[in-house]
Write a protein that binds this ligand. Sequence first.
Ligand SMILES: [Zn+2]
Length: 407
Amino acid sequence: MIQRLFLTDSRLLEFDATVVARREHQGRPAVVLDRTAFYAESGGQPWDTGTLGEARVVAVVEDGGDVVHVLDRPMTGDRVKGRVDAGRRRDHVQQHHGQHLLSKAFVEVARAETIAFHLGTEVTTIDLDRPVTGDQAREAERRANEIVWEARPVRVETLSVAEARAQGLEPPDGVEAGVRVVEAAGFDRQPCGGTHPATTAEVGVVLLTALEKYKAGTRVSFVCGHRALDAMARRRDVLDRLVSTLSAPLDELPAAAQKAKDDLATAERQSRSLLERALEGEARRLLDDVRGADPVPVRSAAEPGPPALVVAAYDGWPPNDLRVLAQRLVALAPCVALLGSRADKAHLVFAQSEGLPHDVPALLKAAVEHLGGRGGGRGNLAQGGGDRLDLLDEALGRARDAVRARA
Ligand SMILES: [Zn+2]
């Protein structure tokens, strides 16, 4: 049976071992050793990386009681020197032991049990079996950190299943021999096969980064040790940029951001209102131009005279503005509106007042085809566009002639 050296000493990173089996794992060479300091992925904690001789250990997996070291290249020889990557091991020790402390703190503070644990590459999460409040989370965070700063010894012992149960510790599924129990002295005791520090101080600090509703409980994201330093540095960079962008000191950022958002909404409302007024004025100006100097009244049921024909082209107008202008025109007086814009491409919007006889979609279809494009519409409004900006005036002229021929 393989000797798992990390179970008794998580600081042991170099070891000698004998190859007892060679395998292939998902297309890569792999070996089983008689003893190893490499932790295989299990219980929410990822595997260690490192080297066996010249080969990189790219994954370590449990397989039917064996620890399989997956390598980046085949390994020769039966005796091998193993080296576990120290940085990754220390990172996992900090996050995993921090998890034990935080989980126990949530039991103390909110009677919330941890039902899942995931040690991710950036953030670690625990899932609690019930909702917890922001205040409870802050209290649990404070409690976990007190235990860290007290530098309590972390002890590991192996109990029989019966002994474990007698102490109220439920062995993990499948454990029949010894139950490994990890204890942060006087605070937390639980069955665990992971890598842990000699004292709680090695965790450094436990920092909660997010609290979200998850199923019937709460998902808590946190970072420990050096990850907490990195997380704070990232937040500091973001906050520094916001302080500069919003020209407000740190404590006033939320108010400054809210004010910027409110100001933007007000500006957008004003801008929409101004645009509507401008388009209304433009519609009246066009109708005045077509029908002489008389001001255009708001349309009455009995509008005298023949319908007006309005033809106009603009530079840079978006098609939406053309459409609103056309809608204002046909509402103000009986008229046919043939509008164009030279923008990212040539846009056309054609419209007529209710009761007028032209086939607006057909007029538009002919005009946009002249522009090498496409478009469509129904009833009294149609729009489209094409790439031939140079032919816009010609397309409008042809449509105008077609309307006049029908009138
Ligand atoms: Zn654990």
